[in-house]
Design a protein around this ligand. Structure first.
Ligand code: PMP
Length: 351
């Protein structure tokens, strides 16, 4: 056996266990597929592809379409295979060996994971017990570590909390490096850091097609940021990293914004319904601006509740063994019927 890089030896991969169940509410996907008209348009364009040619390396039409949606030019947009690859590309360009990345925990595990894989030092700031972020802690971490990249996830995963605009502005005022706002779930929330984008500010915003656009299978994400930032990403992205089918899939999806908005409205109203139902039970519920809810049962252990749900063929994410999340579970908002089953199971188990 050949030894792996010394700094990777202690690192574990990212795990999201899948079990065959009737009601799958564990990976924050959309419970609904994209519109049939999107599928038809996609199939029609696929039939015209010149498969022996490389795709457009710049993904020009896709980036123009994304830019048009956000009211920015294509040279403020970079797309890649899921927002995870976008995050990796950002960290390869702006972090990497010898540089420092800051996160505020608990948050999306891949920020620290990718940072470590690209050789960066990770500094973990702490959140309050209610998972909000104390400006004093933010300042402490920034002053102590002088990070090259700082992440804020809004809405945060796995807590669901939306970071207030003031917090992002405060961070921008003190951060010595790049501020990455991970907005994988932003359409479910009531504000977006996109409104703060400015050529003079080191703020970038990442988004994904995996959630609101119902396209997790496609693996497509993007970042919007200043042109000086976007142009550096080309140096680390692999040639032709975005295949032709994905470029088409993403471009066509943006023709169905109304359907996307309808799905988001349904999920937000279902999120409030299951949050209220859980609050009427002995459960602590974290207010969510996303398509999932973090909760903690008061009368039974988190792991025990997870197992009881699984016995009823309902799978939620077990966060109970994660640092800072003792006894917490995370449920993705499903279809109304799936949510009914989830709530009924909780009532049966906890009453
Ligand atoms: N950011 C956050 C906060 C997420 O929760 C996820 C998905 N779990 C991602 C990024 C990655 O999404 P994808 O790679 O599917 O775009």
């Amino acid at each position: 056996m050949i030894p792996v890089r010394d700094d990777l030896r202690a690192l574990e991969g990212y795990h999201s266990p899948q079990v065959d169940v009737r009601v799958r509410l564990n990976t924050n996907e959309s419970p609904l597929p994209p519109p049939a008209a999107w599928r038809d348009a996609f199939a029609a364009e696929l039939s015209r592809i010149e498969w022996h040619r490389y795709p457009d390396r710049q993904a020009t039409e896709l980036r123009e379409a994304i830019g048009a949606m956000h009211g920015v030019p294509a040279d403020m947009v970079f797309a890649a295979n899921g927002s995870n690859e976008v995050l990796q590309t950002i960290l390869l360009a702006y972090a990497g060996f010898g540089r420092t990345v800051a996160t505020f925990e608990p948050t999306y595990q891949m920020h620290a994971q990718i940072a470590r894989v690209v050789g960066s030092t990770v500094v973990e700031g702490e959140r309050n017990a209610d998972f909000t972020l104390d400006p004093a802690e933010m300042r402490r971490v920034v002053d102590a570590a002088r990070p090259h990249v700082v992440f804020l996830t809004s809405p945060n995963n796995p807590t669901g909390l939306v970071e207030p605009a003031e917090r992002v502005v405060e961070l921008l005022d003190i951060a010595p490096g790049l501020v990455v706002a991970d907005e994988a779930y932003a359409q479910f929330a009531d504000w977006s850091a996109l409104s703060l984008l400015d050529e003079q500010r080191p703020l970038v915003v990442t988004r994904t097609f995996s959630k609101t656009w119902s396209m997790a299978a496609v693996r497509l994400g993007y970042v919007v940021g200043p042109t000086w930032f976007i142009s550096e990403l080309d140096k680390v992205a692999l040639p032709y990293h975005l295949d032709v089918a994905k470029q088409i899939a993403g471009r066509l999806a943006l023709r169905f914004t109304d359907e996307m908005d309808d799905r988001v409205r349904l999920i937000v109203s279902e999120r409030e319904r299951i949050s209220d139902a859980m609050r009427s039970l002995p459960i602590d519920v974290t207010p969510s601006g996303a398509n999932f809810v973090l909760f903690r049962p008061q009368t039974i252990g988190g792991r025990a509740l997870w197992a009881e749900l699984l016995e009823r063929s309902i799978l939620v994410r077990d966060c109970s063994g994660w640092p800072r999340l003792a006894d917490c579970l995370r449920v993705t908002v499903g279809t109304p019927a799936e949510n009914d089953e989830f709530v009924a199971a909780l009532q049966e188990i906890l009453r």
